[in-house]
Design a protein around this ligand. Sequence first.
Ligand code: B1M
Length: 211
Amino acid sequence: MSHNETIYEGILEGDMRAVATATTEALAAGAAAGDILNEAMIPAMAEVGRLFEINEYYVPELLIAARAMKAGLEILKPQLVATGIEPKGKVVVGTVKGDLHDIGKNLVAIMVEGAGYEVIDLGVDVAPEAYVNTAISQGAQVIGLSALLTTTMPSMKATVEALKESGMQGQIKIMIGGAPVTQKYADEIGADGYARDAAGAARLVAQLIGG
Ligand code: B1M
């Protein structure tokens, strides 16, 4: 089996150790971190989601698959993040209130950091006011909201409203993303931007901040 196949299977089986070992070996053999991510890890999580949908996997399998993917991501992170240059701006990220999915948000944080911005990661289940207050107190230019559940998407709208109420709309930009989120939804709620994936999120930050 190739390293990528071992990583893919390891995530499906929730085998954290196999994923970590194969990721380390793949990098040592010269594989690019982005290729491991896009060719093995992300497709594996998509397959986990499909198996969950058809009731072959249940929440415990999702949890151990996520844990295995995180173990691999930790190893990829140093290669995905750029070398220490002066930060071009500050971005607050988090998964919205009621939502505990953090792998996509973590990837966004890694890619945005890799593009040269300082990232303040508020974690998961983040209330609208927490994003806004942190962005204001830390002098961030962008707030990035991630949602994986259709039921938690309204919290994105609530965050746009909270920013309006703070009087900082326009000075602080809001970008949104996550599997159920679309450009149409971003337009509807008045977010400043939408990105489909983590690399897109890093490009969007550059557009929103400039530079
Ligand atoms: Co859950 N889950 N989950 N889950 N889970 C989904 C999202 C689901 C689609 C599965 C399914 O039914 N096929 C479904 C949502 C259905 C819906 O709302 N339409 C679902 C459900 C129903 C649930 C529970 C309700 C299950 C239950 O308890 N009965 C529950 C909810 C808990 C809660 O949040 N309150 C739940 C729980 C969990 C676990 C905790 C077990 C676990 C998460 C562990 C963790 O994150 N630490 C989990 C997992 C692993 C998944 C799936 C299988 C994988 C998610 C993932 O990590 N994908 C997921 C199915 C799927 O997505 N196919 C599923 C990999 C990741 C790299 O992709 O997060 O999409 P993603 O991020 C992408 C882009 O979306 C984008 O960039 C990333 C890639 O480059 N992106 C952004 C993300 N955020 C962005 C922000 C941006 C820009 C781009 O700008 C700021």
